[in-house]
Design a protein around this ligand. Structure first.
Ligand code: PHE
Ligand code: CA
Ligand code: ZN
Ligand code: ZN
Ligand code: ZN
Length: 282
């Protein structure tokens, strides 16, 4: 799997911050900042050769949008799907939540396009709208047949928390192992994510019978002394003290080491599941 250049991921985050700044400080679903975020991601994907589509839906009287991107090479059958929500809360720019997952997914998608490896699965990416209103975009997608053919769905919501933990969803043992094997290879300890169920866009896929997994660097939860011992950072403080706040900004609210490791783990998992790769240290 490629070593994802974190500088490329943070460049996307810088753009998402600029988009928020230009649009009243937010990228909330249904707002101009969301549309600009979607257009930024879509433009990069289109230029790289992805087949993209915007799926509009209405919720609470407003129009929202998901961005779906299929990689045109490889088999058309069983699909490995990777996604994360592109919307922020109204209160802030949403750089860690979830510019971080959105930017990592974009850079991994671009890496797939540039490497163009022989694939064993179809690969699809999604950037969801209206997660912050209750996972409305991913729920709409699944309710309208989107889970059909999806063998595995990997979710990335918060990958660069400033006081990071390294949490791996434990929904599916095989997918969990793909991620933990990667972190073992770079000598980073992980913990199973216990509180994620029902809290992000993997939930509708799981409820539809799809194998799901994902990564999480922590939100409002507080880092323990034992966690600070193995991961560094500050015990007794939240993983992300700017969670859902106006201070969730670039660059202050992003830990680039966590973002780098997690971005590399996204690539490692994609290559493992859709290329048939073995994880290599990055
Ligand atoms: N979905 C939550 C949010 O966007 C964050 C979260 C992700 C919490 C995964 C727990 C597990 O605010
Ligand atoms: Ca890297
Ligand atoms: Zn959130
Ligand atoms: Zn989130
Ligand atoms: Zn879960």
């Amino acid at each position: 799997a490629p070593d994802i250049a974190v500088a490329n991921v943070t460049a996307h985050l810088n753009q998402l911050q600029s988009i928020a700044t230009a649009n009243g400080g937010t990228r909330a679903s249904g707002s101009a900042g969301y549309t600009a975020s979607l257009n930024y991601v879509k433009g990069k994907l289109d230029a790289a050769g992805y087949t993209t589509r915007i799926q509009n839906f209405t919720y609470n009287g407003a129009t929202h949008a998901n961005l779906i991107a299929d990689w045109p090479a490889g088999p058309t059958g069983p699909t490995v799907m990777l996604g994360g929500h592109l919307d922020s809360v109204t209160a802030g720019p949403g750089v860690n939540d979830n510019g971080s997952g959105s930017a990592a997914l974009l850079e991994v998608a671009l890496a797939l396009a540039s490497r163009n490896p022989t694939l064993t699965k179809h690969v699809r990416f999604a950037w969801w709208g209206a997660e912050e209103q209750g996972m409305r975009g991913s729920t709409y997608y699944v309710q309208n047949g989107g889970a059909g053919g999806v063998e595995s769905y990997l979710n990335f919501d918060m990958l660069g928390s400033p006081n990071p933990g390294y949490f791996v969803y434990k929904d599916d043992a095989a997918i969990q192992k793909v991620f933990t094997d990667y972190f073992t290879s770079i000598n980073v300890a992980t913990e199973p994510e216990t509180g994620a169920d029902g809290r992000s866009d993997h939930a509708p896929f799981k409820n539809a019978g799809v194998r799901v997994g994902g990564l999480f660097s922590g939100a409002e939860g507080v880092k323990t002394a034992a966690q600070a011992q193995k991961w560094g950072g500050t015990a007794g403080q939240a993983y992300d003290s700017c969670y859902h706040a106006s201070c969730d900004r670039y660059p202050a609210n992003v830990n680039t080491t966590a973002l780098d490791r997690n971005s590399d783990a996204v690539a490692a998992a994609l290559w493992k599941l859709a290329v048939g790769d073995t994880p290599t240290p990055a």
